[in-house]
Write a protein of this length. Structure first.
Length: 317
């Protein structure tokens, strides 16, 4: 009896290796995958503006990185004693306006320099719902708990987004001709929008990604994280208590599928070796004063030396 779909994922034409430089931008699921990449020592820049969900905001931010657009004081708003940027996560907010501007512009500069030389750009679209800030008629990435009356909620259009993306990609290729793009659609369901509304949103994102990827199979790749979680796993035991966010088990499963489909053989061997190290360092000894604990520390040092010798791109200490 077959109890689960056996979802066959076509391999990427452009396999990631241990020297690859990666920029990852998008929703909380993008952060889950990028954290895995960082754990395994990949050169990865994650969400320079903070977490972002809708394609318009993602494309807007990527354009800003390309041009190294600096934010100015008149682009910030004040609320609850803090200065905020509507295009940035609340972690950039603060009481000192000049410091907020400095931190934002430093992050943009880092993204600019990284994107110019990156091998891969990973984009995870989360939702096609977007909020327009009525005083300036600008779509935002974060409303920073401002009065809801200041915003209008709208549903983005796949055709318009495709046009936006094409214009961005044309500029990107002029700056970085070698870069390859990996797209995913987040499997997180945004039930605050409504289940039906979430499904409509995801359909728009899938249509957008499908139309983007089909025009350039050589440089674009769709990794089916959404299908793995929603269609292959499709069980609430793979979700957190909120029943919408994939749990660690699901994330680990998707990560392994990503490794299988998107990484070359030498990189897969490195990941297997590094997993032994992670298992060792994540162990929590009960008695740190014991002789066995000292042996445990010696094991870590020995394994670090072995990995540093075998893989020159890492430097474990």
């Amino acid at each position: 009896m077959k109890l689960q779909l056996d979802y066959q994922i076509p391999p990427s034409n452009n396999l990631i290796n241990t020297s690859s430089s990666i920029v990852s931008i998008g929703s909380c699921f993008a952060e889950n995958m990028a954290q895995k990449l960082l754990t395994y020592q990949f050169k990865t820049l994650l969400n320079p503006n903070g977490i972002v969900f809708n394609p318009h905001a993602i494309i807007t931010q990527l354009n800003q990185y390309l041009l190294n657009n600096k934010i100015t004081a008149n682009e910030l708003i004040s609320n609850d004693g803090l200065w905020h940027s509507l295009l940035h996560h609340g972690s950039f907010s603060g009481t000192d306006k000049e410091l907020v501007i400095e931190q934002i512009n430093q992050s943009t500069l880092l993204a600019h320099e990284t994107l110019k030389n990156a091998n891969y750009l990973m984009i995870t679209f989360g939702s096609a719902w977007v909020y327009k800030y009525l005083p300036t008629q600008v779509f935002v990435s974060n409303n920073h708990k401002l009065d809801g009356k200041l915003f209008e909620k709208l549903l983005l259009n796949a055709a318009d987004l495709k046009t936006e993306f094409d214009l961005f990609y044309e500029k990107l290729k002029q700056v970085n001709p070698k870069i390859k793009l990996v797209f995913t659609v987040s499997p997180v369901r945004y039930i605050r929008d409504g289940l039906y509304e979430n499904n409509v949103s995801k359909a728009i994102l899938h249509q957008l990604v499908y139309n983007i990827v089909k025009q350039n199979n050589a440089d674009f790749y769709y990794f089916p994280a959404y299908e793995i979680v929603i269609d292959e796993l499709r069980d609430y035991r793979f979700f957190k208590q909120d029943l919408v966010h994939p749990n660690h088990l699901a994330i680990d499963y998707v990560w392994q599928k990503f490794v299988d489909a998107c990484m070359d053989e030498n990189t897969k061997k490195f990941i297997l070796d590094f997993e032994k190290y992670l298992l060792l360092v994540n162990h929590k000894p009960l008695h740190t004063e014991s002789l066995s604990y000292q042996k445990y520390l010696d094991q870590i040092v020995n394994l670090q030396q072995q990995l540093n010798t075998k893989y020159s791109f890492i430097n474990l200490k």
